[in-house]
Design a binder for this molecule. Structure first.
Ligand SMILES: CC(C)(COP(=O)(O)OP(=O)(O)OC[C@H]1O[C@@H](n2cnc3c(N)ncnc32)[C@H](O)[C@@H]1OP(=O)(O)O)[C@@H](O)C(=O)NCCC(=O)NCCS
Length: 413
């Protein structure tokens, strides 16, 4: 079975999380991803948050599957020659260095386009053009500057960042979509193009509904927010606690036995109202005009969820799920990472995968969440630093043994 991106070669100059997420996804779809790293150093994440001394960290291994690694000093004169050769034989260059780093190496877009007019040059930066364009940015900075932190958390608490890596991984995914669009465009034009995605912009895209609410706010309070009807609405979208982002009210309520993740998220949609009231033993509210329509429930959603919680507290989160789902009441248990990493159904679909690494042994990772029927993903362990240097120099770039020796002596590889 062939892979969707077989024959596409990626020159991967990415590091940390945002860029590597993008190139890992392309590698899972079958692209040949050649990761360029500095000799002796490599991607900084190899050494970050290490759990086993001197072994590539899980941070690195879990973001760099299915890639080949070569060490190359792109600031060394001979190294630049190798880099040029790589540019000629790759379809896509992906990088997420600090702004201007590739220009400082001597490779601005115009030069790259001249070397290989077909190459697609894709970058992640913290910000687009504007006052912050030169800033270095990490995940939480993007969450804070993209509208996520100001709208996450409870009204009486500080702005809060989320566990989902929407700045890094989110932007990496956006970039991958841009690259795929540019690859399709190249089929008809033969030309590569610049693909850029700023982390702030990626987070804003994921916060789209908050921009909807900002403008609704001009016409009155946001009635599905917990601030309604008793709290204050200022001039900007407030933090909405656990309120549902959609048009259907929802909240996380407690379950048995009361541990930190013994909660279930319950959504009250009109078709489920009668079933829900029957299950919790409040049949009298089904047709009560004070409770029976979404409109009259809005000002007392807190009381509504308190009633539901009285019942959910007598069940485990899984029992609630089993009872409510067949009754047309959307709900979801709050699953811990421990529960997810051990979930057999997720291992069967390849969303959780066990990988063997020569230095660290077996570990689990999140596999490819996107399933293609004709292009299944096989998760292959991440490369050791420079593991494929000779292989790539020989097979991809056509260097012979003595030329490789010269490159080594010059400190280029
Ligand atoms: C992530 C980030 C903050 C890290 O910053 P950093 O650790 O200081 O690393 P930089 O990107 O500045 O790169 C370090 C230097 O190494 C150099 N370098 C990297 N690989 C090299 C190689 N193979 N050979 C020679 N030099 C190399 C770069 O050219 C750069 O040199 P310069 O400062 O002279 O231009 C920064 O890269 C950034 O803002 N990236 C864009 C946004 C982003 O992706 N952030 C999320 C990361 S998950």
């Amino acid at each position: 079975m062939s892979k969707a991106l077989e024959g596409v070669r990626i020159l991967d100059m990415t590091h940390v999380q945002s860029g590597p997420t993008c190139t890992q996804l392309l590698a899972w779809f079958g692209a040949d991803v050649i990761k360029v790293e500095r000799a002796g150093v490599g991607d900084a994440t190899r050494g970050q948050l290490r759990d086993i001394p001197d072994v590539d960290s899980l941070y690195f291994t879990m973001l760099n599957h299915n890639k080949r690694s070569i060490t190359l000093d792109t600031k060394n004169e001979k190294g630049k020659e190798v880099f040029e050769r790589l540019l000629r034989c790759c379809d896509v260059l992906v990088e997420n260095f600090a702004p201007g780093a590739l220009d400082r190496m001597g490779f601005p877009w115009e030069k790259i386009h001249e070397i290989n007019p077909g190459i697609i040059y894709a970058s992640v930066k913290g910000f687009g053009k504007g006052p912050y364009q030169d800033c270095k940015v990490y995940e939480n900075v993007a969450q804070c500057t993209g509208g996520s932190a100001s709208t996450t958390g409870f009204d009486d608490g500080p702005p809060t960042v989320t566990g989902a890596q929407i700045g890094d991984t989110g932007t990496g995914l956006h970039l991958a979509i841009g690259i795929l669009a540019a690859l399709v465009h190249r089929q008809s034009t033969g030309l590569g193009q610049r693909v850029e995605c700023a982390m702030q912009d990626g987070v804003m895209n994921l916060c789209r509904v908050k921009f909807r609410d900002q403008q609704r706010l001009q016409h009155g309070p946001l009635t599905e927010y917990p601030q309604y009807p008793n709290g204050e609405f200022g001039s900007s979208v407030p933090r909405s606690g656990n309120a549902s982002g959609g048009g259907q009210p929802g909240w996380a309520v407690k379950t048995k036995p009361g541990g930190p993740n013994d909660y279930v998220y319950v959504i009250i949609q009109p078709p489920g109202w009668a079933h829900l009231m029957r299950v919790i033993g409040r049949e009298e509210l089904i047709d009560d005009p004070e409770w029976s329509t979404p409109q009259v429930r809005l000002p007392k959603l807190d009381q509504c969820f308190a009633m539901i919680e009285e019942w959910t507290k007598t069940k485990t989160k899984f029992e609630v799920m089993e009872t409510l789902n067949p009754l047309n009441v959307p709900c979801g248990p709050i699953l811990s990472i421990e529960e997810l990493i051990n979930e057999e159904a997720l291992m069967k679909t390849g969303t959780v995968v066990e990988v063997d690494h020569p230095e660290r042994g077996k570990y689990r990772t999140v596999g490819n969440p996107i399933k293609l029927s004709n292009s299944p993903t096989e998760v292959i362990r991440s490369p050791l630093l420079g593991e494929h240097t000779d292989e790539v120099l020989t097979d991809v770039l056509g260097y012979n043994e003595s030329e490789i020796e010269t490159l080594r002596e010059a400190g280029a590889v």
